[in-house]
Design a protein around this ligand. Structure first.
Ligand SMILES: [Mg+2]
Length: 255
């Protein structure tokens, strides 16, 4: 029996045209993945996370030290203590505008980001894989980072041009982690079922276990290469061949 896979979207409002529509091999009665959209995490997956560390742990303390007339080390200890009080479970933790207000910093957050823009770099395999996949799939970015960080990182690396949609957990959905609810909202926005989405990211829980629990076909990126499983990647370039059995229907959805 022949089944058909359609690489496109049911909802034309989404703005894509169907990319391909072809018959695949025998359906042996198992459930098959139909990948329609590829989703990527940003920091640690496509972009080196060094930039965000410079902004939070060097840039803001440096401005605070200048404002208060204290040493950098003293300012950093105070700033980190304030971060800790808010905690990463609070939406404010991720909001750079909030921290500029709290510390009453004289510079703008845009100027601070620009100051450290030289620290932004994409991983070598990122542009390669996005360029290859863009030919076949709509691509989306699903990041935990605030919109301000996403915009500058996509702009400086030039990777923003590959994405049809960009989702920020904190800025767009008001959630601080990529929870099940986050991925559900991404699916709703894309008018796609979870099993039609492939997601790749470097956080074992939030990019791998959580999306898999929803039925998204997730790959865990471990650049150390120490672990090897079918759904683990050590280099993004390996993703393309891992997608082949998904695209042509040979890969069975894991139980
Ligand atoms: Mg990450």
């Amino acid at each position: 029996m022949k089944i058909r896979i359609c690489f496109g979207f049911r909802n034309s409002n989404f703005g894509f045209h169907n990319r391909a529509d072809f018959t695949i091999g025998e359906n042996r009665g198992t459930a098959y993945i139909m990948a329609k959209i590829i989703s990527f995490d940003m920091d640690g997956t496509l972009v080196n996370p060094e930039f965000t560390e410079w902004v939070w742990l060097h840039g803001i303390p440096r401005l605070y030290a200048r404002k208060r007339g204290i040493s950098f080390d003293e300012a950093r200890a105070l700033v980190v203590e304030e971060y800790r009080k808010v905690g990463e479970g609070a939406i404010e933790w991720y909001d750079i505008k909030y921290w500029f207000k709290v510390f009453e910093l004289d510079e703008t957050w845009e100027a601070l980001m620009e100051h450290y823009a030289g620290k932004i770099s994409a991983y070598q395999d990122a542009g390669h894989i996005l360029g290859r996949l863009k030919e076949k799939y709509p691509l989306v970015l699903s990041s935990n980072a605030g919109r301000e960080f996403i915009d500058v990182e996509m702009d400086v690396t030039g990777l923003g041009r590959y994405f049809d949609r960009i989702f920020s957990a904190t800025s767009d959905f008001g959630v601080v982690k990529k929870t099940v609810r986050f991925y559900q909202q991404v699916c709703e926005a894309l008018k796609a079922e979870p099993e039609e989405i492939v997601h790749v990211g470097d956080h074992y829980e939030f990019d791998y276990l959580v999306p898999r629990s929803l039925g998204i076909h997730a790959f865990y990126l471990d650049r150390s290469g120490k672990q090897s499983e079918d759904s683990f990647l050590s280099d993004l370039r390996d993703l393309e061949k891992r997608l082949l059995p998904i695209a042509d229907g040979r890969l069975r959805i894991p139980d």
